[in-house]
Design a protein around this ligand. Sequence first.
Ligand code: FMN
Length: 180
Amino acid sequence: MEKLNIGIILGSTREGRLSPQVGNWVKQLADQRGDANYTILDIADYKLPLLGEKDADASGAADWSKDVAAQDGFVFIVQEYNHSIAASLKNALDYLRVEWNNKAAGIVSYGSVGGARAAEHLRGILGELLIADVRVHPALSLFTDFENGSVLKASAVQETSVNQMLDQVIPWATALKTIR
Ligand SMILES: Cc1cc2nc3c(=O)[nH]c(=O)nc-3n(C[C@H](O)[C@H](O)[C@H](O)COP(=O)(O)O)c2cc1C
């Protein structure tokens, strides 16, 4: 059987963001498993304007659609902005519909309380997009999993949690592939 494609989506786009560190850490752990093709999808690369914004250059949207459609599942790298997800992630989710449908996802979040409130908001949005999000949810604390709130130093417990999350994403992504 062909390996699954799992996209690791960086939710934030601001200059100085931490999401590339977190995404690269997840990819490194995921690649050691050898059970899927893991690819980082950085929303910043697509330069998506606000959905439907007048006179804006939305030429990156076609690539965003193609790259998301090519995935069987996702790991969302989620940061907490005002107790919810970043506007960049919400906008990128809103751009697509069928490309998301009937796929599985895990969430890795971070924030002062592990990004937990943002992750729970995201779960509601994923339900509307027919994305099945798994239970295990690594939640990184800006105080204890990052040095000075800026350099990722995740504990072994968090590494185990990433693997447990992927242990749930892979079978669900495999199952959902059969109904697409
Ligand atoms: C606009 C904004 C709002 C934020 N609100 C929260 C918040 O409500 N709760 C929290 O734990 N952290 C909050 N933070 C801190 C972020 O979680 C932290 O800066 C994180 O690194 C942001 O992700 P990023 O570096 O990938 O952009 C906020 C940060 C920004 C920029």
